[in-house]
Ligand binder design. Structure first.
Ligand SMILES: Nc1nc2c(ncn2[C@@H]2O[C@H](COP(=O)(O)OP(=O)(O)OP(=O)(O)O)[C@@H](O)[C@H]2O)c(=O)[nH]1
Ligand SMILES: [Mg+2]
Ligand SMILES: [Zn+2]
Length: 309
């Protein structure tokens, strides 16, 4: 979606939004300079990752235009859907062993990423806690074709595997998303020592006060062999509505469903109430994990009930 408000290309330069709150945004330009900009109009709804054109510099920069985004992550709340980040080259869905492993949240993020063609990786953090569910959880997602990394931000175990994943030179912007408390900030501090301090410094410049977990921020990850990478820390929300997706998009995000659905009796099977459904049989014989199937049903139900109003 492009929003053009009287563009004045002359003198306009390109930058990436590294934090956004109402009408103030923090920009990073191509020379590595930060600007605290105002957007020219309320109609320009900026999110972290957006590429924009701006005029002026420093504290007096003004965003004049949002450039077309190659993708975006959005979540819906009641009847509205809100963009929360744009232009991602990969989404890291962060979760943790134990009670913080929220399958429903993970599956919703997978559906959103899949619908926008954003590659994704599942990080299962806090493996130092040694809970024996870790292997089983990774197996469920690996079987569904999901790239899985298990880490401990605390002990440092497997952090090299995460660093290796960030080495891919074509990556420019990635995001960490997960419910509160799974360790996103701790992982970030491991990757970018001192990133928390930088946050405080940036916030005092924009006059927005200390950054809280309710605000997204893109941190610079310096790479020696490749251009710098922006890592977005997305706020740890508890609910992630998917009513902006279609039922087909949700079904397509489940590799197990794509694999089995040709075996359903009805070509348009929703895999919920129909007879002779290959998906339901797979749930019954244990080859399609119940948690993933319940996740699917909840999303379909949510989309159907939103359509009724
Ligand atoms: N045992 C253990 N604890 C961890 C690990 N990573 C993070 N923690 C702890 O988990 C708690 C939450 O970590 P945060 O990094 O603040 O979590 P977050 O995902 O950023 O949470 P929000 O900012 O609220 O979304 C802290 O007490 C961390 O010390 C880990 O690998 N192992
Ligand atoms: Mg955090
Ligand atoms: Zn079916």
């Amino acid at each position: 979606m492009v929003q053009r408000i009287n563009p004045e290309p002359e003198g306009a330069r390109q930058a990436t939004v590294v934090s956004a709150s109402r009408r103030w945004v923090e920009l990073l330009d191509g020379d590595g300079n930060f600007h605290s900009a105002r957007s020219r109009s309320k109609a320009l709804e900026l999110v972290v990752g957006d590429k924009v054109l701006f005029e002026g510099a420093g504290e007096r920069a003004i965003v004049t235009e949002i450039l077309p985004a190659k993708n975006c992550i959005a979540r819906s709340y009641r009847e509205q859907s809100r963009r929360i980040a744009a232009n991602l080259d990969r989404l890291f869905i962060v979760t943790a062993v134990g009670p913080l492993f929220n399958t429903y949240f993970v599956d919703r993020l997978i559906a959103v990423a899949h619908s926008e063609f954003i590659p994704f990786t599942l990080i299962i953090n806090k493996i130092d806690l040694g809970l024996d569910t870790t292997a089983q959880l990774s197996a469920v997602y690996q079987r569904a074709g999901v790239a899985v990394l298990t880490t401990s931000a605390k002990s440092g175990e497997n952090m090299q595997a995460l660093q290796a994943a960030l080495f891919e030179p074509t990556l420019e912007i990635i995001a960490l998303c997960g419910i509160s408390g799974v360790g996103k900030s701790t992982l970030l501090n491991q990757l970018i020592p001192g990133s928390a301090a930088k946050t405080a410094e940036v916030s005092s410049r924009t006059g927005q006060g200390r950054q809280t977990t309710t605000q997204s921020y893109a941190y610079m990850y310096k790479r020696s062999e490749a251009p710098n990478l922006l890592i977005i820390d997305l706020p740890g929300v508890q609910s992630f509505g998917v009513t902006h997706l279609s039922k087909e998009q949700v079904a397509d995000a489940f590799a197990e469903i794509c694999e089995l659905r040709s075996g359903c009796r009805f070509g348009n099977c929703s895999h919920i109430s129909e007879e002779e459904c290959a998906i339901k049989s797979a749930v019954e014989d244990g080859t399609f994990p119940v948690t993933r199937y319940v996740s699917y049903c909840k999303m379909i139900e949510e989309i159907e009930s939103a359509a009724r109003y």
